[in-house]
Design a protein around this ligand. Structure first.
Ligand code: AMP
Ligand code: MG
Length: 465
């Protein structure tokens, strides 16, 4: 029995469409997150056995009220008034043993009224990528949606590459409410539902906020911290559209995301991001842009328009100092120093790294556990920097808690997916195990810490939709 309490499904008409997942031919479990199941109060043994149909969308558990949520969104700057869950259904909200509420969503579960021309399905590649990356982020303490399970469907999904094995991801989130959810009602001038949504979000995620302005402030603050977390890991989300930004502050909708190998601020992976709109270094500015859209939605609820615009603008402008502070804290921790007092030193290291595209994760790992000199060709430049850094007596214990020994590197993710498609889940399991224990030092995982050679490096990712 899953303990559901579906508060979103109780919202008035217009917030969602009721739709069951579409059954698949022959579900097989690819991965199950037992630790997360336990956190949610779910019986992992049952899910892997008789309950598998639930994870595939072949059975709707008692108490679930499957819905596809409505939302709009700016995609690469262009506004779409109607997007919505086109390949996902929210089964319901699970109440964990400690009372915490979590969305349980199936992604790749078949068409919905919001599917437009899409098939509502996902193939194994993006499902396994999201599983690996989101679970690594969770292990690093980054606010994120989680992966409870991945199931192969036994059906083929047709994409540019041809027929690919289908899969369904079971995703867990604080909620799936996005900036785009607010935009959906704002663009329709539906003040009643906008107010309803705002009340729902405050009660659910920000109970200390008394009004829309306080909510805006709180969301700005959480996003500033989440984006600083991304930056400190070399993470590039890849599709920071407003429909892919969660109001809870969790990282959501892992699509063509990846972690940088060689460091350069302009790094982009997504094959559709031709202008570099969502490049690594652009992410904080884009977050501000998205938050400005959120602020615009709230203004009609904030009384006198002129005063509201002024207050909302001020709230969005708070992102920059909050982000800067969080960024300095993160990079200060990575170097075991007071980042605020030594900002120039942090920036000088990044400049040295960018010039020769030194490996982002390796440099910080080597600084933490050994000697980073070999990570640089410009030894003199590095030595000069390192002398100044060492003079500050860096706190190694703090560095060890901040710098992962390994990340889910893009070429490793691709290799794990290729093996999974060929029927071998071992590389996926090994990579997942290693990346969800990011601070553990185990000889058997040594190869996963190595940066890719020029020929191994994978520079492009695809949406896979
Ligand atoms: P994304 O930015 O990739 O998260 O998705 C943007 C929009 O496209 C969302 O409304 C998705 O539900 C929809 N979408 C993406 N892939 C599919 C698909 N295969 N079938 C139907 N809708 C899709
Ligand atoms: Mg999305």
């Amino acid at each position: 029995m899953i303990h559901f309490d579906n508060s979103y499904a109780r919202l008035p008409q217009g917030f969602f469409a009721r739709i069951d997942p579409t059954p698949v031919s022959s579900p097989q479990l690819l991965a199950l997150n037992e630790g997360l199941a336990e956190r949610l109060g779910l019986d992992a043994g049952h899910l892997a056995g008789d309950g598998l149909g639930v994870l595939a969308g072949n059975a709707v558990p008692e108490g679930a009220e499957p819905i596809a949520q409505a939302y709009a969104g700016h995609q690469f700057g262009g506004f779409s008034p109607q997007l919505g869950d086109g390949r996902a259904v929210l089964l319901g909200e699970v109440i964990a043993p400690d009372g915490a509420r979590f969305d349980l969503q199936l992604k790749g579960s078949g068409p919905t009224p919001f599917s437009r021309r899409g098939d509502g399905r996902a193939w194994m590649g993006p499902v396994l990528r999201e599983y690996l990356v989101s679970e690594f982020m969770a292990a690093m303490g980054v606010p994120t949606t989680r992966a409870l399970a991945a199931v192969s469907t036994g059906d083929l999904v047709f994409r540019e590459q041809g027929g690919l094995p289908g899969a369904v991801l079971t995703r867990v989130a604080a909620s799936h409410i996005r900036v785009g959810t607010f935009q959906y009602f704002a663009v329709r001038d539906d003040k009643t539902r906008l107010q309803h949504l705002t009340d729902h979000v405050i009660a659910r995620h920000y109970p200390d906020c008394g009004d829309p302005l306080a909510l805006l402030d709180a969301v700005v603050e959480r996003q500033a911290r989440t984006i600083a977390d991304w930056m400190s890991l070399g993470f590039i989300h890849g599709v920071m559209n407003t429909d892919n930004m969660a109001i809870s502050g969790e990282t959501i909708d892992y699509g063509p995301c990846a972690f940088m190998d060689g460091y350069h601020p302009d790094t982009v992976f997504s094959s559709i991001d031709r202008q570099g709109r969502y490049a690594w270094a652009q992410q904080p500015q884009i977050a501000v842009w998205n938050l400005a859209q959120f602020a615009t939605c709230l203004i009609p609820l904030m009384g006198d328009e002129e005063t509201a615009v002024e207050a909302a603008t001020k709230a969005v402008h708070r992102f920059a100092p909050l982000y800067q502070q969080a960024w300095l804290e993160r990079f200060g921790a990575k170097l075991g120093i007071d980042g605020t007092a030594h900002q120039a030193l942090v920036e000088r290291l990044l400049t040295l790294m960018a010039v020769e595209r030194a490996d982002f994760t390796r440099v910080f790992d080597a600084l933490t556990h050994g000697d980073a000199r070999d990570e640089f060709m410009d030894r003199k430049g590095f030595d000069a920097w390192a002398a100044q850094w060492q003079a500050l007596s860096p706190d190694r214990a703090r560095m060890q808690r901040a710098n992962p020994r390994r990340i889910p590197r893009n070429h490793r993710i691709e290799a794990a997916i290729a093996s999974a498609v060929a029927g071998d889940m071992d590389p996926f399991r090994r990579l997942l195990d290693a990346c969800t224990h990011p601070f553990d030092d185990r000889a058997e995982w040594a190869d996963l810490a190595v940066a890719p050679t020029k020929t191994e490096a994978v520079h492009n990712t695809f949406c896979g939709t």
